[in-house]
Design a binder for this molecule. Structure first.
Ligand code: HEM
Length: 615
């Protein structure tokens, strides 16, 4: 899961951008008279397509062959009309968002830039506006037309969206608020209870209406999920088809068992560090906030394993953890804000939008500084495998080559580092802290886990957990899985359909988004029984597991786009849990029970306050 990019927020709804490859920042558009060419930079390869305004050209896109006709709109903007061969109909109009030089703009080579040396006034006079009235008309009219077109497009899309949503059952619906009034317009405990109630009545799928924003179809049953995963779809936060395939192939070796084995010592080192921090708080008899402690610990672990340290200061790590949490909150706010949906660039100018951009820059800078330090180190010391034989994730990225021998661009490397830093620490922190919270609420299960760990470590000089020990902790593993079911560290994932797909008897057209509601699946009484809100690790006993559907428990999703880091995460959390439970008895702070908040991961509203007492 990549954190969303605020520097280049999509100016049209995401579905459209995914289909319009030419909007991409990395693509260049060059003009020569009334002809121009698009230089597509995909996966470090360049492909040139020549166009003439009004003339149809064919191109190969991830979705198949497509006929494209470029035109100019009233504002002089370049538009691409896409005609997908399979459906035989025009699916959308892509808007490059760049202005084409109008006759007289001879000096403009790159679109959207004034001719060198021309002032804004000269630009206006070139297109024939001289006085203030015409200036206002010249500037305002295209802007108004633009806003009108965007609003009409949005309303047409909303109508289709609501039309599709009405074919599925939904929670009680209000004509103005949709389903928002039921959840107080938040994604906390109330939202989750609404989801549980609708899943109880309609186990396969339902629609949830965010009034005036969108109508998301959530699927919550192993059968409907299997059906969807078989079809062609893209993830919301992930790179599209071709790029994803190439990069996934490049990264897979970084998760080979031989590599994962070496990380067990890092998990132990970080567990020791966390134990000494908790000992300090217990000396003072204080409670502590578990989610923050867990996030700091998992961030350091991913920095150590994937980037061999990255030499990031504690201050930067603290800031990074904070920034990610704020970004998640702002992102959720942003995608459900009508201003953002209708006019993303206007949203960027609002205080919340500016804060979002600032935090994104900080997160990107953190990744860039890790990459820059490694490049310097490589120049100084040579390739690491020559010395230690071990390649970390960053080495793999820096040395990866496409079939034509070219490496990943700086931007591609940064995007992957961003993904790993984000996906590799928040999710694991959520799994670790919610498991400890459930064990703190259920001392009986906590004692059983402690007894298992004590038995494993008895007679040893050191308390560390070894690679070979990881499969010798069956009760701990059952508790971890049950906590991931009950709390679902990643509660919801979204897929954009790349082809018409039948879900629960309804045809969902290509281009629509479907939510795989993992929290809803894990609380589906038709799958987990009426006691699905109980913490019952025995659900994961092998004899109870064998009759359960393979898609009943999906904390890491399933199919080809499942979590690449799942073995890494399970090993890390097992080591942390074993070491912490071995050392402390955990209790919840009864005055501050943890309240769930659905961000991109399952977070808490006001923190997760706990007390640890040394055994
Ligand atoms: C308990 C911890 C974790 C959970 C619950 C989790 C869950 C998930 C889920 C549900 C997805 C699918 C997202 C989607 O389809 O939209 C995913 C994807 C991903 N995860 Fe994890 N994850 C965890 C830990 C990790 C770790 C530790 C790493 C890296 C070291 C990682 C790296 C990734 C990446 C790179 C993807 C995108 C995969 C792709 O598109 O091919 N995750 N994760």
């Amino acid at each position: 899961m990549e954190p969303p990019d605020a520097e280049n927020p999509p100016e049209t709804p995401l579905v459209e951008c995914l289909q319009c490859a030419y909007r991409d920042e990395r693509n260049e558009i060059e003009q020569d008279g009334d002809s121009f060419k698009v230089k597509k930079n995909i996966a470090a390869k360049t492909k040139e397509i020549k166009f003439k305004i009004g003339e149809e050209v064919e191109d190969e896109m991830p979705t198949g062959r497509v006929k494209i006709t470029p035109t100019l709109d009233a504002g002089g903007k370049l538009r691409f009309d896409f005609d997908f061969a399979q459906g035989g109909s025009v699916h959308r109009t892509g808007d490059s968002g760049r202005r084409v030089a109008v006759p007289g703009d001879e000096g403009m080579q790159r679109m959207g830039r004034p001719a060198p040396g021309s002032s804004p006034n000269e630009m206006v006079s070139l297109v024939g506006f001289c006085d203030t009235t015409s200036l206002l008309v010249g500037l305002l009219l295209p802007a108004l037309v633009y806003v009108l077109v965007v609003v009409v497009k949005f309303l047409v899309w909303l109508r289709k969206d609501i039309g599709l949503g009405s074919k599925f059952p939904s929670p009680p619906y209000h004509w103005l608020y949709g389903n928002n009034h039921l959840t107080d317009f938040t994604f906390g405990e109330k939202y989750l209870s609404v989801i549980r109630a609708v899943v109880e009545k309609h186990p396969q799928a339902h629609s949830f209406c965010m009034a005036w924003i969108n109508n998301i179809i959530n699927i919550t049953h192993p059968e409907t999920i299997k059906q969807l995963l078989k079809s062609q779809s893209n993830g919301l936060f992930m790179s599209n088809g071709d790029t994803w395939k190439v990069r996934r192939r490049l990264l897979t070796p970084a998760f080979h068992f031989d590599i994962l084995k070496q990380y067990v010592s890092v998990y132990n080192r970080e567990a020791t560090e966390m134990i000494s921090k908790l000992l300090e708080t217990t000396k003072r008899g204080q409670v502590f906030e578990m989610f923050q402690e867990a996030s700091m610990c998992t961030l350091e672990t991913i920095l150590q394993c994937a980037f061999s340290g990255g030499q990031t200061s504690d201050e930067t790590k603290n800031e990074y953890v904070e920034a990610i949490r704020k970004l998640e909150i702002l992102f959720i706010e942003m995608v459900f804000n009508p201003i953002f949906i209708v006019a993303p660039s206007a949203y960027k100018r609002l205080p919340r939008g500016r804060e979002y951009t600032r935090l994104c820059k900080f997160v990107h800078n953190t990744s860039e500084s890790i990459i820059a330090k490694r490049r310097q180190q490589l120049m100084r010391d040579g390739r690491p495998q020559q010395k230690t034989g071990r390649l970390d994730f960053l080495d793999i990225l820096l040395s990866a080559r496409y079939e034509d021998g070219t490496g990943l661009t700086d931007l591609e490397i940064r995007e992957e580092v961003d993904t790993f830093l984000f996906a590799g620490h928040e999710t694991t922190a959520s799994a670790l802290s919610w498991t400890l919270y459930s064990l703190a609420q259920h001392p009986h299960h906590q004692d059983k886990v402690r007894a298992e760990v004590n038995h494993l470590l008895s007679g040893r000089e050191e308390n560390t957990i070894q690679w070979e020990d990881l499969h010798k902790l069956p009760y701990l593993t059952m508790c971890l899985k049950e906590a991931m079911r009950l709390h679902s560290p990643v509660p919801l994932i979204v897929r954009t359909m790349l082809e018409d797909t039948v879900i629960d008897g309804v045809t969902v057209p290509k281009g629509f988004e479907i939510g795989i509601h993992l929290y809803g699946l894990h609380h589906n009484p038709a799958v987990w029984g009426p006691d699905h809100m109980e913490f019952d690790p025995s659900r994961f006993r092998p004899e109870r597991m064998k009759d359960r559907d393979s898609h009943a428990f999906l904390p890491f999703s399933a199919g080809q786009r499942n979590c690449i880091g799942q073995n890494f995460a399970m090993n890390e959390v097992k080591v942390m849990l074993a070491r912490l439970i071995h050392k402390f008895v955990f209790e919840v702070d009864p005055t501050r029970p943890a309240q769930k908040e659905v961000l991109i991961v399952m977070n808490t509203k006001d923190g997760m306050w706990m007390k640890a007492t040394p055994v």
